[in-house]
Design a protein around this ligand. Sequence first.
Ligand code: IMP
Ligand code: MG
Length: 174
Amino acid sequence: MRHSLAEFITEDDIRLKVAELGKRIVNDYKDKSVLMVGVLKGSFVFLADLMREIDMPVEISFIALSSYALGSVSSGSVRLLCDTDESLEGRDVLVVEDIVDSGSTLNYLIETLAARKPDSIRICAFLNKTGRRLSDIKVDYMGFEINDEFVVGYGLDYAGKYRNLKYIAKIEFK
Ligand code: IMP
Ligand code: MG
């Protein structure tokens, strides 16, 4: 579909927000050993910046889920494409997600991870579209709240593209 991009959240705003989230996480977890679980692919840019704003030892893991077939319409069903290789038992797990939309992805993920008996699970999401929520998801650390519009950049894609933008842009379809 023909579309254009409009800058929406600047690189500077992102940097400030990520630093603020990092400080909150350090303050909340203090001496705990956090396992950050990034949801691929979208969260990898945010996770890479966020972990460097967390001034204490953390471990990183990844999980890959798929809820969108192609483009910008949610299929509603979630598939586990690639799992963590660490045991989560007794760990303090911080799930790092790019954006929470309907909440279906995180709902499925939290259920899956909770069954592995971690000590705690919290959610950190860079963007939050609260207006479209179908599942009741509590986002513990949130970057920006946005309206129901499709955004790209900073790890987020449209049909596989634009993950490499340093800022968040709105997609305007023509
Ligand atoms: P949910 O399961 O509906 O909450 O969808 C969450 C997933 O859909 C996110 O992890 C993103 O990968 C994708 N997604 C939702 N909204 C957007 C968007 O505006 N831009 C790019 N990806 C999105
Ligand atoms: Mg995602």
